[in-house]
Design a protein around this ligand. Structure first.
Ligand SMILES: Nc1nc2c(ncn2[C@@H]2O[C@H](COP(=O)(O)OP(=O)(O)OP(=O)(O)O)[C@@H](O)[C@H]2O)c(=O)[nH]1
Ligand SMILES: [Mg+2]
Length: 209
């Protein structure tokens, strides 16, 4: 197994939540492995909120950020994002950074009318957008959330979603919002630019790990 050495200043923890099949695992796989699986295994992790509040609270423990994900082609998943956010606010550290992520934008991109050997390409998987960007953006603003639209399939904005959230957390650390001595779970390198070994992407754990 080959390992890569990277330098780091902080280790931050994020939770990815949202309705089933909105693409939580796919976003993580895209971020860590730069690939897309058409049929990833459903992860029991955060597709359903644990019925016992203490379990949900433990999932949120020592996390500095949350990605609340919905599917831009499903109004229902957007409406349910309110519930996910309410739960995060109830159980998580009040300083937790939240980013609202509208995933699957590739499904509602403009129709491709190109022909292949005289046959018009059909887009059986294409779907209508049910959540206008402006509506989600406005709600994010009202709730003081960061906001971004992504496609785990094409990779659009996936890195950016995590980067935006991480930047916000780092800014809070620098402002003293997360005090490491109070065990907020932020891990700082003893000396700047400590090296860390990254093992093979195959070892990547998915949601809730
Ligand atoms: N077109 C398209 N499909 C996506 C995208 N992201 C995920 N999918 C598909 O949506 C389905 C569900 O994706 P998952 O990543 O398993 O979703 P999840 O939120 O982790 O689902 P659970 O683990 O069941 O909660 C899969 O068939 C993915 O291939 C995307 O950005 N675009
Ligand atoms: Mg999953």
């Amino acid at each position: 197994m080959t390992t890569n050495q990277i330098s780091w200043d902080y280790v931050l923890k994020f939770i990815i939540i949202g309705d089933a099949a909105v693409g939580k695992s796919s976003l993580l796989i895209r971020l860590t492995d730069q690939r897309f699986l058409a049929n990833p295994d459903p992860t029991g992790g955060m597709r359903k909120k644990p019925t016992i509040p203490i379990c949900f609270a433990l999932c949120l423990l020592l996390k500095q950020g949350a990605l609340v994900v919905y599917d831009v082609t499903s109004r229902k998943t957007f409406e349910n994002a309110r519930g996910w956010l309410a739960d995060v606010r109830e159980y998580a550290d009040p300083n937790l950074t939240c980013i609202l992520v509208g995933n699957k934008v590739d499904l509602c991109e403009p129709e491709d009318t190109s022909n292949v050997v005289g046959t018009t390409l059909t887009h059986s998987r294409r779907r209508h957008r049910e959540v206008p960007r402006e509506v989600a953006e406005q709600w994010a603003k009202e709730e003081n959330l960061l906001f971004i639209e992504t496609s785990a399939k094409s990779g659009d904005n996936v890195d950016k979603a995590f980067q935006q959230a991480a930047k916000d957390v780092v800014a809070k650390i620098k402002d003293g919002v997360f005090d490491n001595r109070k065990s907020y779970g932020v891990k700082t390198s003893e000396q700047p630019k400590t090296s860390i070994s990254l093992s093979s992407p195959n070892n990547t754990k998915l949601c809730c790990s």
